[in-house]
Design a protein around this ligand. Structure first.
Ligand SMILES: [Zn+2]
Length: 212
């Protein structure tokens, strides 16, 4: 699930709703995906679907029997369907989704015997971390493209870029421009002091909560 959270942070760094997923076979990650529908102009580009595609390509098989899928947010109906088609053995998810969750929050497609389910479900793993990423997300307030340099903000001081009212984290992060990004390069952790790798483009990323 920690690897799925890493993927969720990549989604956050791309200005997407922060959801991440990985597919695991015999203790090894064979597929990764982070939510990407906005930048790809693709309503199906949810983290789970992208992780399933990645795993399918890795195995050369459209079925993924014996594989488990870890995702930071309860899958939606679309993803639950894709998970069932892939014959995933078990879904482990973090936060519940009361709006579109298809593992019990709104509907439960994994308990409907008419769908011949193959997939067990486990809920609530690292739920707090998964939910707190989502709580901090605002597509309006968090992203501004600038010819940026790394800027250190002071927690509690007014935000110098006026993205938020008051800086709540005391830090800024780089993120990769979509065209240049390698999705397997993890974003730096908040507060981590890193030299900017070449693949991190000049886009400034604020992880503060939006102004209220
Ligand atoms: Zn979905």
């Amino acid at each position: 699930m920690r690897a799925a959270l890493e993927q969720a942070r990549l989604a956050l760094a791309s200005g997407e709703v922060p959801v991440g997923a990985v597919v695991v076979q015999a203790g090894r990650i064979i597929g990764r995906g982070h939510n990407h529908p906005i930048n790809r102009h693709d309503p199906s580009a949810h983290a789970e679907v992208l992780a399933l595609r990645d795993a399918g390509a890795a195995l050369g098989n459209y079925r993924l029997p014996g594989c488990d899928l870890y995702v930071t947010l309860e899958p939606c109906v679309m993803c639950a369907g894709a998970i069932q088609h892939a014959r995933i053995r078990r879904v482990v998810f973090g936060a519940q989704d009361p709006k579109t969750g298809a593992c019990g929050s709104v509907v439960n497609l994994f308990e409907d015997r008419r769908l011949a389910p193959h997939t067990a479900v486990a809920a609530g793993v690292l739920a707090d971390e998964s939910a707190s990423l989502l709580r901090g997300f605002s597509p309006i307030a968090v992203v501004r493209r600038v010819n940026a340099i790394r800027v250190q903000q002071v927690e509690g001081e007014p935000c110098s870029q006026q993205l938020t009212r008051v800086c709540t984290t005391g830090l800024w992060l780089w993120r990769a421009a979509p065209a240049e990004a390698d999705p397997r390069v993890p974003a730096p952790d908040p507060g981590e002091s890193v030299a900017r790798p070449a693949q991190w483009a000049a886009v400034l990323w604020c992880v503060c909560r939006p102004a209220v």
